[in-house]
Design a protein around this ligand. Structure first.
Ligand SMILES: [Zn+2]
Length: 348
């Protein structure tokens, strides 16, 4: 069955064509044009239209590297359907190494946007009309905020069977059944009936090699699950069983000062266990910060300086804690302490 050309942002992409589109998006104060680069692979074979996007928060750069490695995959020559890759959704934030837009708005709260609103609203509208409306599935890549590192995890509406299928195929150790935030890209996709999952891993402004590797493998696995790529013929790595968290909460600092952390990201902790000591840099007693429950540390502050009330550790609880802990351990065995990859280059 032959496919129709894809019409995107005024361009026509024929079946079998791969194209890097630059969609005119906005201008800097210098009047310099800013484009939204989109890698489009429109195969001859029918199939889903998957959008993979990163850096809607401009300082969350892990996903940019994940996108770069996906674009370089030779296997994409055997793609069925269409793959749209947007490595940098928030170009303004990326240039400034900032989560936000120049007017301090969060682009991920501006959807679905409007063509006549402020910058964030216009960008959201552009992405909504030119990209989201063409998609059947979305993977949105995020990291923790500045100085906060996330254990690799998938967030989404796990009551949606299509999203749950994608989440399971991705193979991150943990699922978080997260509420949809108003104005987010995820909310806009959900409104259009498009299943969407978020991959949250690592921290802002850092490359985290295990998180990147797991992200690349996860996206390829989701594409196999959706029938966009052929099944593996080699021995697949041990399949991770992602475990759903029943609830989660942030443990906050109970005083200002320095933080002496006693735990690692992904560690299983017990109720009452001391996770850190908080102290004055000038001496005096150290105040222990204890976990309020049994659980797993799924995000942790990476800076040992804190003000009272600031979030330090994100603890997830599970009805099957042992299973979750096994899944995290299996994940860490697969992705941590692996040798660094050889330099990645596009085949000539
Ligand atoms: Zn984010």
């Amino acid at each position: 069955m032959s496919r129709l050309p894809l019409k995107l942002a005024g361009e026509v992409i024929n079946p079998g064509e791969t194209r890097l589109l630059s969609i005119p998006a906005a201008r800097l104060y210098t009047d310099t044009p800013i484009d939204l680069p989109v890698e489009v692979i429109h195969s001859r074979k029918p199939g889903p239209v998957l959008l993979v996007c990163a850096a809607i928060h401009g300082d969350e750069i892990n996903g940019i590297e994940i996108c770069r490695r996906i674009v370089g995959k030779r296997l994409l020559r055997r793609l069925s359907g269409t793959l749209l890759i947007v490595p940098i959704v928030n170009m303004f934030g990326f240039i400034q190494q900032s989560r936000y837009l120049p007017d301090r708005r969060d682009l991920n709260r501006c959807f679905p946007g409007s063509p006549r609103g402020p910058l964030g609203s216009r960008l959201a509208n552009l992405i909504h009309t030119e990209l989201l409306s063409h998609c059947t599935h979305v993977i949105d890549l995020h990291t923790g905020a500045i100085h906060r590192k996330n254990l690799s995890q998938i967030r989404g509406d796990l009551d949606d069977p299509a999203a749950l299928g994608m989440a399971e195929a991705f193979g991150a150790p943990i699922f978080m059944d997260a509420k949809v935030r108003d104005g987010s890209l995820r909310a806009a996709a959900t409104e259009l009936g498009i299943p969407v999952i978020l991959y949250e891993a690592g921290e802002a402004l850092r490359f985290d090699e295990p998180a990147i590797k797991a992200g690349v493998r996860g996206i390829m696995s989701v594409m196999r699950h959706l029938g966009m790529l052929p099944a593996r013929t080699d021995q697949p790595p041990r399949k991770l069983v992602p475990v759903k968290a029943s609830r989660s909460y942030w443990l906050r600092a109970e005083r200002d000062g320095i933080v002496i952390s006693k735990i690692k990201l992904g560690q299983r902790v017990k109720e009452g266990q001391v996770l850190a000591y908080l102290a004055s840099p000038f001496g005096g007693p150290e105040k222990p910060l204890k976990s309020r429950s049994d659980g797993i540390v799924i995000a942790a502050s990476q800076i040992p300086l804190v003000n009272e009330g600031e979030a330090l550790f994100h603890i997830a609880e599970f009805t099957t804690l042992r299973k979750a802990s096994d899944s995290v351990e299996a994940f860490q065995e697969q992705f941590d302490d692996q040798p660094e990859p050889e330099a990645f280059t596009q085949p000539l």
